[in-house]
Design a protein. Structure first.
Length: 137
């Protein structure tokens, strides 16, 4: 029997923050490696690193944060991919704007942008669109 109830907000928010922290560690370590070691342009490296973090975040969201592994993975992946693509654009533009126009060091720009995008964009859409048990179960 499929479970169609959404986890309480505080539970999914807490789990989301832990999953996001894990994905952020992957994202940031990849970004630093790509810029400082591989020599990639920081905007391209931001996009690639965000993709790595997105894969980690999807797997954690599906299996743990929202306990939605019993739902069809294809639909979740498509919805997640759409949100991840928009998130990637927001993160890349945010880092570019803060770094090139405001003169903020790229890693600080990334911290500011990542926090804003995660809290104001990713979490609400993951909870109510990507992994919503009531609509897509």
């Amino acid at each position: 029997m499929k479970r169609n109830l959404r986890l309480p907000l505080i539970v999914s928010l807490r789990r989301s923050q832990l999953a996001s922290l894990t994905a952020t560690i992957v994202d940031f370590s990849s970004l630093i490696f790509l810029v400082e070691i591989a020599g990639l342009w920081y905007v391209a490296a931001t996009a690639i690193a965000a993709l790595f973090g997105a894969v980690v975040n999807f797997m954690l969201g599906r299996h743990w944060t929202f306990e939605a592994a019993d739902q069809a993975v294809r639909g979740q992946m498509l919805r997640y991919a759409a949100i991840a693509a928009l998130s990637l654009i927001l993160n890349s533009l945010g880092v570019y704007f803060l770094t090139d126009y405001l003169g903020i060091y790229y890693l600080f720009s990334k911290v500011i942008t990542a926090f804003l995008v995660a809290v104001l964009f990713n979490f609400p859409l993951h909870r109510h669109f990507v992994f919503d048990r009531q609509k897509y179960a």
